[in-house]
Design a protein around this ligand. Structure first.
Ligand SMILES: *[C@@H]1O[C@H](CO)[C@@H](O)[C@H](O)[C@H]1NC(C)=O
Ligand SMILES: *[C@@H]1O[C@H](CO)[C@@H](O)[C@H](O)[C@H]1NC(C)=O
Length: 323
């Protein structure tokens, strides 16, 4: 007798608090989600919020699916870290974004220093790519291809090989190429569009473009929404895959207000573009943000602060979905 009553009470309570995934799905998107990482899972309050599917319907493992974690020695695969996050997501019915298959960073030495020839390196890529954000950061900012061990050995063949291998391994997974500084129109975004067109012409499987979205307060590119529309216009999904908006510390009320407006701008752009399927935060709390470690003197990039308290940015996301 008490159960139905308490469910009603909970329902009323949660509808009183606007929640990020609920609103994203009401706007026709597949998900709102967040990155997470294995060491963070020891904090029970953190995990409780991570499992809150009203806010997060999708998880991205920040590190434990990268090449150095999953194939530390050639042909020796270790999926414990990634599996832990997949199991958490499954128990919670959340989607997983596999991240990532081929990237120039966090590669084990055996790949970078192996002096493999083209054919051997392509077979190594083929063997490694099971699914997901298949290609990460293939471009330089000027739109030329990054001189990774993969590009310098194989040309762009590694991209084709990785995508085909991923499709062969998983016919259901959406296969993405993911990059940063393609948020606004410019040479890098144009290069991404050209690559996707070429892959489509060559009948290489490509389902989506991931726009990372590591932004700076007050500097959301003015062409953000048009660029999102341009990329979706290629006939692929687009997703904002690693959203955070950092500031020079200390956080002031003015900076926090601008950050709220910037989050709203990004979310409203995704809402307005049909092909934009979802948004993923690059972790939801400043406590576990990568920003202070990567950019000296900067931080406060996430919608929740270090103590898991919602910031004005949270309301900015809500506003972006609602208005
Ligand atoms: C590497 O091999 C592939 C497949 O044979 C070929 O298409 C590509 O042009 C080669 N790349 C280089 C840089 O030789
Ligand atoms: C989790 O993080 C919060 C916020 O920083 C902190 O207050 C709490 O003590 C942490 N809990 C555990 C179990 O580490």
């Amino acid at each position: 007798m008490f159960k139905p009553i308490s469910l009603v009470v909970l329902g009323l309570f949660s509808s009183a608090v606007a929640q990020l995934n609920t609103l994203a799905q009401a706007a026709g998107k597949k998900y709102f989600g967040t990155a997470t990482d294995n060491p963070e899972l020891s904090n029970t309050s953190y995990v409780a919020q991570l499992r809150n599917t009203a806010d997060f319907h999708q998880l991205t493992p920040a590190n434990s699916m990268k090449w150095d974690a999953t194939e530390p020695s050639r042909g020796i695969f270790t999926f414990q870290g990634g599996d832990q996050i997949v199991a958490l997501a499954e128990s919670n019915r959340q989607l997983i974004r596999g991240h990532n298959c081929v990237w120039h960073n966090q590669l084990p030495d055996w790949v970078t220093s192996g002096s493999f020839d083209n054919a051997t390196l392509l077979s190594i890529v083929e063997n490694h790519c099971v699914s997901w954000d298949v290609i990460n950061e293939p471009f330089n900012d000027d739109g030329t291809f990054r001189e990774s061990v993969f590009f310098s050995t194989t040309g762009t063949s590694y991209i084709t090989t990785a995508l085909r291998a991923a499709r062969a391994a998983d016919s259901q997974a959406k296969l993405y190429i993911n990059d940063f500084n393609i948020e606004g129109r410019g040479p890098k975004s144009t290069a991404m569009a050209q690559l996707v067109k070429q892959l489509q012409a060559d009948r290489v499987p490509i389902d989506g473009i991931g726009i990372q979205g590591h932004l700076i307060v007050g500097e959301v590119p003015p062409t953000f929404a048009q660029n999102l529309q341009d990329l979706a216009g290629l006939g692929v999904e687009v997703a904002i895959t690693e959203l955070d908006i950092r500031m020079t510390l200390p956080a002031t009320p003015e900076l926090l207000a601008q950050q709220k407006a910037d989050y709203e701008t990004v979310i409203a752009a995704c809402k307005a573009v049909d092909g934009c399927v979802g948004v993923t935060l690059w972790d939801w709390t400043g406590k576990f943000s990568w920003v202070p470690g990567a950019f000296a003197g900067e931080g406060a990039a996430c919608p929740w602060d270090e103590n898991f308290v919602r910031k004005p940015a949270f309301q900015g996301i809500v506003n972006g979905w609602v208005f």
